[in-house]
Design a protein around this ligand. Structure first.
Ligand code: UTP
Length: 289
């Protein structure tokens, strides 16, 4: 079955980025010349997805407005004969159909995805976390869709992390069935040191069969009263199988201060307007360290 819809949860509190995220959603913080969320929506579009479902909360309307048509801006830019910019803004509002659903309480990622159940319906869908960026030649979501089309079962994106950092992630255990593809046997959320031999960490990209909603229905709140996605993923993998995919690219956690700064550097070094000057500047800075 073709994957048509992408769910992007953006309802979290963003406590790691306070005070910056107090009045501005962290997903709207700028990476070079556009907000994090725009890169994510552009990845979705470049992967052939037809509809975005934003999971939002109070204070996140800037994200919806960013992808909406702004009549006033269009009129002013046109009056000022800034036609190219006006066209760029219209293109942004026409990128893809966006609908939003409210998560009324920040009860965790599992709960955020469950909130989309009626809008998604009974079809497989992609999930992209609103603060997780992947820089790659081919969009990460597209790479995952290619695998999904082959296996027709859920796919989670994973990356190798240092063994002493596994406790920070959801970790996947299983066997390689081919290069970069692992058949999942077990999943554990933030394992205590020494309790897993795997260093394969789940990042913010998933393709899920709609059965995940039944699994989320049955998931009892875990750590911090939150409904953990990993518990439901494990139940889904036991029921119908799941694959972990070592995508090609570099992932940045833009919801974290250091990850955000690393993302800015990586994207700036690829930006045609500034890459050369910025690279020269970085060399000067490095020479002074
Ligand atoms: P995070 O794990 O980064 O959580 O969520 P957070 O609450 O936003 O941020 P911190 O940890 O307090 O700094 C990953 C993604 O899932 C969304 C977030 O908006 C983010 O894009 N999310 C998280 C929800 O939509 N709802 C939730 O209840 C939790």
């Amino acid at each position: 079955m073709k994957v048509r819809k992408a769910v992007i949860p953006v309802a979290g509190l963003g406590t790691r980025f306070l005070p910056a995220s107090k009045a501005i959603p962290k997903e709207m913080l700028t990476i070079v010349d556009r907000p994090t969320i725009q890169y994510i929506v552009e990845e979705v579009v470049a992967s052939g997805i037809e509809e975005v479902i934003l999971i939002t909360s109070e204070g996140k309307s800037a994200i919806e407005n960013h992808f909406d048509y702004n009549f006033h801006l269009d009129t002013v830019l046109t009056e000022k004969k800034k036609y190219r910019l006006a066209e760029e803004m219209r293109h942004l509002s026409n990128l893809i159909d966006v609908v939003s659903v409210r998560q009324k309480k920040p009860l965790g990622l599992g709960h955020a995805i469950w909130t989309a159940r009626n809008v998604v319906g009974k079809e497989p869908f992609v999930v992209l976390l609103g603060d997780d960026l992947v820089l790659s030649e081919q969009p990460c979501t597209k790479q995952m869709l290619d695998l999904f089309n082959e296996v027709q079962e859920s796919v989670v994106a994973v990356q190798q992390v240092p063994m002493d950092e596994t406790y920070l992630y959801g970790i996947v255990e299983g066997k390689h069935v081919k290069e970069r593809v692992i058949k999942v046997d077990r999943m554990v959320e933030k394992p205590a040191p020494g309790t897993t031999k795997s260093d394969m960490a789940i990042i913010g990209r998933y393709i899920l069969q709609p059965d995940i909603f039944d699994m989320l229905d049955k998931t009892t709140p875990g750590h911090g009263g939150e409904i953990q996605l990993t518990d439901a993923l494990l139940a889904l993998s036991n029921k119908r199988g799941m694959y972990a995919f070592e995508f090609d690219g570099t992932r940045f956690d833009a919801g974290d201060k250091l990850g955000y700064l690393k993302a800015i550097i990586a994207f700036a070094l690829r930006h045609p307007d500034i890459c050369e000057n910025f690279s020269d500047h970085l060399k000067e800075v490095a020479a002074q360290l």
